[in-house]
Design a protein around this ligand. Structure first.
Ligand code: PLP
Length: 351
């Protein structure tokens, strides 16, 4: 009798919040939609697509725009259908069944899911009490493993591992592939993107979904030396990035001034959010235990009442992300953040 493997029958679908909310602060997206002039420009370009033809398999225009924006060479860049596709592709291409992958916890949950589907063994290193990575413990684990992946700065903690520590890790474990997921590095300044040709064991991931503001377009990137880039491009499905997404991302990635302006605004808004939540935590220290200084576009709050606060906010039409020991709240517009803070204040007040 035909039987599916346990690794798939045990799977639970990723469940982003559904339903309609006045305020969406749950998915770490940019709160900037594209300006109308840019939407018009994209619409024009989409009209010129030959819809009966397959897209460019390498996404040449996109990777050239991406490389120019980050000061890289395009032959170090592979484009994927979101960095999610890139992660699963990397694990299936550069690792073998039964090999070991180190992850840290808490971190982005999809790494473990993709690893298990690829039949890769996952070893998880717990973060310190302050939610920072213990670099020595990580190095020790990586010496026993084939690869390591972590987000820097981290989703969901919002904290970052300084570049010097990342370099120390890369140099300490030359036999271990180090995948640094820099989905939020536009909001911080400790990237290792410039080191991909120096270290053959380094792979950096980037995405258009966060600071670039194109979560809808599904475009992520793996950055590594040209030799491995050639191999990854050969291993990926040829038409993984569709022609429409390619047009959208190429057009937007060329808007350097706009992108930097949006990023700077988001950083300011995140700092405002951090300040406001910190004030609340000082008024309600028993309810909001710790607010972490963010290196990302969201704030993480440690609280034993995450579920209760999350549900109350939901009733007020505000979506945030709930974790077992905390809440992850993404930066929004001034109006959205004012609404959030006043609702939080109302919820936390003694009844
Ligand atoms: C949001 C996010 C991504 C991006 O995924 P896409 O598939 O490119 O949208 C990757 N890694 C982390 C840690 C993220 O938080």
């Amino acid at each position: 009798m035909f039987k599916l493997p346990d690794k798939v029958t045990q799977l639970k679908p990723y469940d982003p919040i559904t339903g309609s909310y006045a305020v969406r602060l749950d998915a770490n997206e940019s709160y900037f939609d594209l300006p109308q002039v840019l939407k018009d420009k994209i619409a024009d370009q989409i009209e010129q697509i030959d819809f009966n033809r397959y897209p460019d398999p390498i996404a040449t225009e996109v990777i050239e725009a991406f490389a120019a924006y980050y000061n890289l060479s395009p032959d170090c860049v592979t484009a994927g259908n979101g960095s999610d596709e890139i992660i699963t592709l990397l694990l299936n291409t550069f690792m073998e069944k039964g090999q070991k992958l180190v992850t840290v916890s808490p971190d982005f949950s999809m790494y473990g899911v993709y690893a298990e589907l690829a039949e890769i063994e996952v070893m998880t290193v717990q973060k310190k009490e302050n939610l920072q990575i213990d670099t020595d413990a990580l190095i020790a684990a990586c010496k026993e493993a084939n690869a390591v992946v972590f987000s820097n700065p981290c989703n969901p903690t919002s904290l970052g591992m300084p570049r010097a520590d990342v370099v120390r890790l890369i140099e300490a474990v030359p036999d271990c592939m180090v995948i640094v997921d820099e989905a939020y590095m536009d909001f911080w300044d400790e990237s290792v993107l410039d080191l991909i040709n120096k270290y053959p064991n380094l792979i950096v991931l980037r995405t258009c979904s966060k600071a670039i503001g194109l979560a809808a377009a599904r475009m992520g990137f793996a950055v590594m030396d040209p030799y491995k880039t050639g191999l990854l491009r050969a291993a990926k499905s040829p038409y993984n990035c569709d022609a429409i997404s390619q047009k959208i991302c190429a057009t937007v990635l060329k808007e350097q001034t706009l992108l930097q302006h949006c990023r700077d605004e988001i950083i300011v808004q995140t700092q405002r959010l951090y300040t406001a939540i910190t004030e609340l935590s000082q008024r309600y220290p028993d309810l909001l235990e710790t607010v972490y200084a963010p290196r990302t576009n969201f704030v993480f709050v440690k609280t034993a009442y995450a579920r209760e606060i999350f549900e109350q906010l939901q009733k007020a039409g505000i979506a945030v992300r709930c974790f077992p020991h905390g809440l992850r709240i993404c930066a929004g517009t001034r109006r959205e953040q004012t609404l959030l803070i006043s609702e939080l204040d109302r919820i936390l007040q003694p009844k």
